[in-house]
Write a protein that binds this ligand. Structure first.
Ligand SMILES: [Zn+2]
Length: 87
């Protein structure tokens, strides 16, 4: 997690670059039972796009849509302006 960034509210992200392009991100949050959970968010129209993806509205500071929801614990929010914004 050398490139991990704390974006607030206990959420950490790390941008994945493929072919020199920011293509998605891994994100971690504190999930149920106090366990940190991770998920991968591919960006639309970029090399990691697998058919379900998030739209990058702005690369820096990062804003993507729609929101991110953890179905295991209900953790829900947005990445806007490079920060976690609780939903
Ligand atoms: Zn969770």
């Amino acid at each position: 997690m050398s490139g991990a960034i704390d974006i607030g509210h206990g959420v950490t992200i790390e941008i994945l670059s493929l072919e020199g392009v920011a293509s998605g991100l891994d994100y971690w949050h504190m999930c149920k039972d106090g366990q940190r959970a991770s998920g991968f968010i591919p960006f639309a129209g970029r090399p990691a796009d697998m058919g379900y993806s998030w739209t990058v509205e702005q690369d820096s500071p990062l804003t993507i849509s729609p929101s991110l929801l953890c179905r295991a614990c209900g953790h829900h929010g947005f990445i806007r302006g490079g920060r976690w914004v609780p939903a």
